[in-house]
Design a protein around this ligand. Structure first.
Ligand code: NAD
Ligand code: TDX
Length: 332
């Protein structure tokens, strides 16, 4: 049995991955998380202490990183500042965590010869026109738009350099938009669900024509485990589930599922530099590693997600007012 260090394991996708790892494999899990506004210890409460150890610390702190890395056989690196809108208000934490934090982990993994898997995003490739027949592939040139996506692109390039220059045993995955349980209420889908639960109308940026390629966080987790166990070192894998939807269609679906009129939402000021469309071609991971997503029906995954937020108000309630106060600053 080996020990997998999971950075950002108290965040949305990290906590989904820790649940998946405990259920699907024998590894011990060591979580390193700073518990920023986005981290929630409660996302891991139902997991046994015998399988999951939690360490509170900053991935940019070399001493805590050295301590946990010395005990790990592999690291899966989720920790990041993850929200585009926040990066437009203050980019500094994004530089500190996504760039300096990743650098700090890479140096420690190199010293301790630890297998490294880096979690990244399709946003590093920029955006596509609505009618572009092409989708992102592993060879699409990097062209990030926002402070968030540019710091993620920088972190990917650091990983590639550590592979080439120092022989680090690393892989990278770039995934599309995730949805599912444990997602912070600042993000699009949970924000609209919890607005409706609070008797407020959903908020759509601009015309709502922007397209995101949705994948359930459980499918992202199974893809990451497949890469960790069978991926080729030095390679990048794109992860997506053919889930392209316009924001308008998603809001309308949430309203219908929650028994509200489909047009009961407000248009608000658009995000500056708002990427138009993301779309992933995931042929490589499907053919090389035999991975397939299990949540092929977005509508039923969305219904489950709505039900999860209905059932877990104590989990999301403490963050709701602060998230909405931030949006008030920009009129969104
Ligand atoms: P999140 O914001 O929900 O969680 C981030 C976690 O990292 C939190 O628990 C936070 O406390 C922790 N963290 C932040 N700074 C830290 C630091 N300096 N040291 C230690 N821990 C720190 O993010 P998420 O949506 O779960 O995203 C996880 C990863 O997946 C990120 O790398 C993100 O770029 C990537 N990703 C996200 C999506 C998506 O749709 N959310 C899609 C593709 C890729
Ligand atoms: O209230 C809203 N109204 C709205 O129309 C919010 C919060 C968002 N939006 C739009 C903006 C985007 O087009 O919905 C879409 C999704 O927004 P976010 O949830 O903020 O996600 P996005 O910016 O697409 O980035 C997400 O996917 C890629 C994650 O937050 C990133 O971490 C990941 O890399």
């Amino acid at each position: 049995m080996s020990t997998v260090l999971v950075t950002g394991g108290a965040g949305f996708i990290g906590s989904n991955f820790v649940h998946h790892l405990v259920a699907a494999a024998d590894h011990s899990v060591l979580v390193l998380d700073k518990l920023t506004y986005a981290g929630n210890r409660a996302s891991l409460y139902d997991l046994p202490d015998s399988r999951v150890e939690f360490v509170r610390g900053d991935i940019a702190d070399p001493s805590v990183v050295a301590e946990v890395m010395s005990r790990a056989d592999a690291v899966v690196h989720f920790a990041a500042e993850s929200h585009n809108d926040n990066s437009l208000l203050d980019a500094r934490p994004f530089v500190d965590t996504n760039m300096i934090g990743t650098y700090t982990l890479l140096e420690a993994a190199r010293r301790h010869d630890v297998r490294f898997h880096h979690i990244s995003t399709d946003e590093v490739y920029g955006d596509l026109e609505l009618d572009d027949p092409e989708r992102f592939t592993e060879t699409t040139p990097y062209n990030p738009s926002s402070p968030y996506s540019s710091t993620k692109a920088a972190s990917d390039l650091l990983v590639r350099a550590w592979v080439r220059s120092f022989g680090l045993r690393a892989t990278i995955s770039n995934c599309s938009n995730n949805y599912g349980p444990y997602q912070h209420v600042e993000k699009f889908i949970p924000r609209q669900i919890t607005n409706i639960l609070d008797g407020c109308r959903p908020r759509l940026y601009g015309e709502g024509l922007n397209v995101r390629d949705w994948i359930h966080a459980q499918d992202h987790s199974s893809a990451v485990l497949a890469i960790l166990e069978g991926g080729t070192l030095g390679e990048t894998y794109l992860v997506g589930a053919d889930g392209e939807k316009s924001n308008k269609d998603v809001v309308e679906a949430i309203l219908e599922i929650m028994g509200e009129p489909a047009d009961a939402y407000d248009h608000v000021v658009d995000r500056p530099g708002h990427d138009l469309r993301y779309a992933i071609d995931s042929t490589k991971i499907r053919t090389e590693l035999g991975w397939t997503p299990q949540f092929s029906d977005f509508r039923s995954g969305l219904e489950d997600t709505v039900q999860w937020y209905r059932d877990h108000e104590p989990w999301w309630r403490p963050q709701k007012a602060a998230a909405e106060a931030k949006y008030q600053l920009t009129g969104q």
